[in-house]
Design a binder for this molecule. Structure first.
Ligand SMILES: NC(=O)C1=CN([C@@H]2O[C@H](COP(=O)(O)OP(=O)(O)OC[C@H]3O[C@@H](n4cnc5c(N)ncnc54)[C@H](OP(=O)(O)O)[C@@H]3O)[C@@H](O)[C@H]2O)C=CC1
Ligand SMILES: CC(=O)[C@@H](O)[C@H](O)COP(=O)(O)O
Ligand SMILES: [Mn+2]
Length: 387
């Protein structure tokens, strides 16, 4: 039986992954090694018991007793804390889904990358913060990196059987998020509740707000650079409000290959789970007569400065990615706490990129974590007016 682990099993990607696992036979078809979560220990325990996982891990050490009591005498081992997450990610498995949100996913993703098996990557932040370290870990161990982000799964599918040297450009599609038709003045006063309401995708809070600022696309540009070995000038973003074309690749002869599908993450996750096979997936089949129209438009740099920031990060390298992501996560916390406005998030990221040393690639995980922590401290101080 195939051994699988899911890091971030209680989240949105975790739920889509578990739906596919359940439909494919659950505990009868898979040997579930590790499932991880953070605050939702009840859901983590229920899933771990149902799938007869070896271990369930909460990232929050203070929740270990709650997890133990929720697991009862099921025989599932309980563990907690950041080190336990890394230990769980290191347990031998044939396929691991990395779906923790944010930079918190980096250390477990690196541990999974060192396994030499298959790593399905939804946690784009680990490539943004430490892309070269993750790639080196995969290459050193012989790990197959399978993009699970919808755009990167699309690009991966478009590139199958193609030659890297003939790739001219990669076009990432962006929905434009909930504020794609709002003016900059209107965007000044939008609320977290409005920002989290994505028009097309049902996702976790963090990525939904990233889609609203288009920092999600900024992260994805950096993610694509590392996954597909691209130069900044080869990467483009186009706003496509229907989220049906998931991305496109342009080749030396002027041809473009696109991957299309409904906005349902079980498509990209199912592709990574079954790769290289294609199996029947529980996703809607597109009806082009009903769709009638697909729209494309250039992103507006005044309303979405995140895309200009991404170009700076692509030029500067991995340390800038760490700073961009940490500043963005700290600024988002300030926005969610209603301490700052929506547009202040990009201003704080700009300020962090100016203030912190961020040229070149980081040499080791500790360096990334230290730069991440320094950036968060700075941004929190700016938000609280201490600096
Ligand atoms: N949702 C989507 O459709 C897509 C998501 N992605 C990417 O996938 C990743 C997950 O996104 P999504 O599923 O939406 O996020 P969610 O917020 O829905 O889930 C996040 C998961 O990470 C866990 N978690 C939260 N904080 C920590 C922490 N400090 N340490 C360890 N685990 C933690 C959560 O646990 P708990 O819930 O128990 O607190 C949960 O299991 C992100 O990197 C996102 O950008 C990429 C493409 C699409
Ligand atoms: C489903 C997925 O991959 C998300 O990253 C999605 O693309 C977000 O939508 P945006 O295009 O609005 O960022
Ligand atoms: Mn995406």
């Amino acid at each position: 039986m195939r051994r699988i682990s899911i890091l971030g099993a209680t989240g949105s990607i975790g739920a889509s992954t578990l739906d596919l696992i359940d439909r494919a036979g659950g505990a009868e078809a898979f040997d579930v090694v590790a499932l991880t979560g953070n605050s939702n220990v009840a859901k983590l325990a229920e899933t771990a018991i149902r799938l007869r996982a070896d271990v369930a891990v909460t990232a929050d050490a203070a929740r270990l007793d709650d997890l133990r009591s929720a697991l009862g005498n099921s025989g599932v081992e309980a563990a907690a804390g950041p080190e336990a997450l890394v230990e769980a990610a290191s347990r031998p498995a044939d396929w691991i889904m990395s779906a923790i949100v944010g930079a918190a996913g980096l250390a477990p993703t690196l541990a999974a990358a060192r396994q030499g098996t298959a790593l399905a990557l939804a946690n784009k932040e680990s490539l943004v913060c430490a892309g070269q370290l993750v790639l080196d870990a995969c290459e050193g161990a012989g790990t197959q990196l399978l993009p699970a982000d919808s755009e990167h799964s699309a690009i991966f599918q478009c590139l199958c059987g193609e030659r890297q040297k003939e790739v001219e450009r990669v076009i990432l599609t962006a929905s434009g998020g909930p504020f794609r038709d709002r003016s900059r003045t209107e965007m000044e006063s939008v609320t977290p509740e409005q920002a989290v309401a994505h028009p097309n995708w049902d996702m976790g809070q963090g990525i939904s707000i990233d889609s609203a600022t288009m920092f999600n696309k900024a992260l994805e540009l950096v993610e694509a650079k590392y996954l597909f070995d691209l130069e900044p000038g080869q990467l483009e973003v186009i706003v496509h409000r229907q989220s049906i074309v998931h991305s496109m690749v342009g080749f030396a002869d002027g041809s473009l290959i696109a991957q299309l599908g409904p906005p349902d993450m079980r498509g990209a996750i199912g592709y990574a789970l079954n790769f290289p096979a294609r199996v029947d997936l529980p996703v809607e089949r597109l009806d082009f007569a009903k769709l009638a129209q697909l729209d494309f438009e250039a992103p507006d740099p005044d309303r979405f400065p995140s895309l200009r920031i991404a170009q700076e990060v692509l030029r500067k390298g991995g340390r800038a990615g760490t700073v961009m992501n940490a500043a963005k996560e700290a600024a988002m916390a300030g926005f969610l706490n209603k301490q700052i406005g929506f547009l202040d998030m990009a201003d704080l990221v700009d300020r962090a990129l100016d203030a912190l040393p961020c040229e070149g690639e980081p040499g080791a995980l500790d360096e990334v974590l230290a730069l991440d922590a320094d950036t968060r401290t700075r941004v929190a101080a700016w938000i609280e007016g201490r600096d």
